[in-house]
Design a protein around this ligand. Structure first.
Ligand code: 5AD
Ligand code: SF4
Length: 419
């Protein structure tokens, strides 16, 4: 979602006549798009602002947008007095106000609006992939998570707006559509005739667009996986066989304290349903280790889940106490050294799972989507249906290619285009 917001902000500024620069000293406007999910990212914001302040031209305006802006509010101006703007994740469309009047200070951290989506046409990162937000915010109240505070309650965008944006993206060359939301599978919109649309309706409608070849979505909440959506994985081949469905912890005791609304058994049954309708499906997860009160045996349960489910690609984090969250006030906070040891142990298993899966792809053939040249500039990176980067040597990189995998390691595949 932050990548999407960043692209949108860049496009908006380009619309106002700005061009992008990598050099802070050249810039007339500088902003940091920020994440508040863990303390580490938030802490970096103020040191980065200090560096920008020293390097920028004296009359350049600068500020923060996104979740740290929402979390800090007017305090950001107290910490850095000459900051020009502080705009929350649903207010960045107000940036032009400060461009027109750089002597004012602009603060807007309000929530609840969809106006930012109205401001500009859809944005694509690579010419072939379009990110389309379908909802924003989250009504789940996981006790560790700051997102319901920073991004607010869930709001689903009107179905017709999403489809207009999707068709536009396809018409300008998007081959893959990635639907976005903090709780994307909770999407629910009822139109003026009383008809209710779910994520499965968006996917079915999108699959009808001939030039769209791949559809995916992120990020999902396990118990919002309704049967209509699960069954679609069996019937809709354009839906990629790859799903991010965070479990967070494998211990029922911790899941309860996290206020995740499922048990390990319920979560596993949802995965089984997916595997029944789409045997080639692979899953990725997010994990938090060292949640308050997590015992060795709770952690072992998480480790066992990672062993059993064999996620192919996962994100794992040390629990980070966040303001405005219930878990930050819980007893039995886990010491940093224990969190680090648990994270290292889990990470080495997750990395090994990922390596094994990549190696199991050798000699298989996949339809892959072109992404970009690699760092050397002489080879090209494609993405497999499981989003693995696959490096190929070719003079003629077409947007979609059938690629046979020839070798693999933990982080990437190598392959040959076969037609
Ligand atoms: N500490 C550590 N990780 C967190 N996440 C969310 N909040 C926290 C926190 N307080 C992780 C979850 C979520 C991902 C986006 O970030 O795993 O799925
Ligand atoms: Fe945060 Fe995701 Fe839980 Fe919502 S479902 S509160 S975004 S972790």
């Amino acid at each position: 979602m932050n990548v999407y917001d960043g692209l949108r902000i860049a496009a908006m500024l380009e619309h106002h006549g700005f061009v992008q620069t990598d050099n802070v000293a050249d810039a007339d406007i500088i902003l940091l798009n920020t994440c508040a999910v863990r303390a580490k990212a938030t802490d970096k914001v103020y040191s980065a602002l200090g560096r920008i302040r020293r390097a920028k031209k004296p009359d350049a305006i600068y500020g923060i947008v996104g979740c740290v802006a929402r979390e800090s509010g007017a305090d950001a101006f107290k910490k850095i007095r000459d900051l020009n703007f502080v705009l929350g994740p649903q207010s960045y469309h107000k940036l032009p106000e400060i461009i027109n009047d750089p002597d004012t200070k602009l603060l807007d951290i309000n929530l609840g609006g969809l106006e930012k989506f109205d401001e500009l046409p859809p944005i694509t990162k690579s010419p072939h992939v379009a990110y389309i937000p379908v909802q924003e915010g989250c009504n789940h109240c996981c006790t560790y998570c700051i997102v319901p505070y920073t991004r607010g309650r869930e709001i689903s965008r009107p179905f017709t707006d999403i489809m207009t944006e999707t068709m536009h993206a396809a018409s300008v060359g998007a081959i893959e559509i990635c639907f976005l939301g903090q709780n994307v599978n909770g999407y629910k919109f009822t139109d003026e005739n009383g008809k209710t649309y779910r994520l499965s309706d968006i996917i079915k409608q999108t699959a009808k667009i001939e030039s769209v070849k791949r559809i995916r979505f992120t990020s999902s909440y396990p118990t919002e996986m309704t049967d209509d959506l699960i069954e679609l994985f069996g019937t809709e081949q354009k839906l990629l066989p790859f799903l991010n469905m965070p479990i967070q912890s494998g211990s029922d005791n911790i899941l309860k304290k996290m206020n995740r609304q499922y048990t390990l058994d319920e979560y596993t049954k949802i995965i089984d349903k997916f595997r029944t309708v789409r045997p080639d499906i692979q899953i990725s997860s997010d994990f938090i280790v060292g949640f308050p009160g997590e015992t060795e045996s709770d952690f072992d349960a998480t480790y066992r889940v990672a062993q059993n489910i064999k996620y192919i690609n996962s994100y794992s984090f040390k629990y980070s106490p966040r303001p405005h969250t219930a878990a930050a006030l819980m007893e039995n906070q886990i010491p940093e050294n224990i969190k680090s040891a648990r994270l290292a142990k889990l990470d080495s298993l997750l990395n090994e799972n990922q390596r094994e899966f990549n190696i199991s792809c050798i000699d298989k053939t996949f339809d892959c989507l072109y992404e970009s040249p690699d760092k050397t500039g002489t080879r090209h990176i494609y993405r497999t249906p499981y989003m693995q980067p696959c490096i190929v040597e070719t003079d003629c990189a077409s947007p979609m290619a059938r690629i046979k995998i020839t070798s693999a390691n933990k982080s990437c595949l190598h392959g040959k285009i076969i037609d």
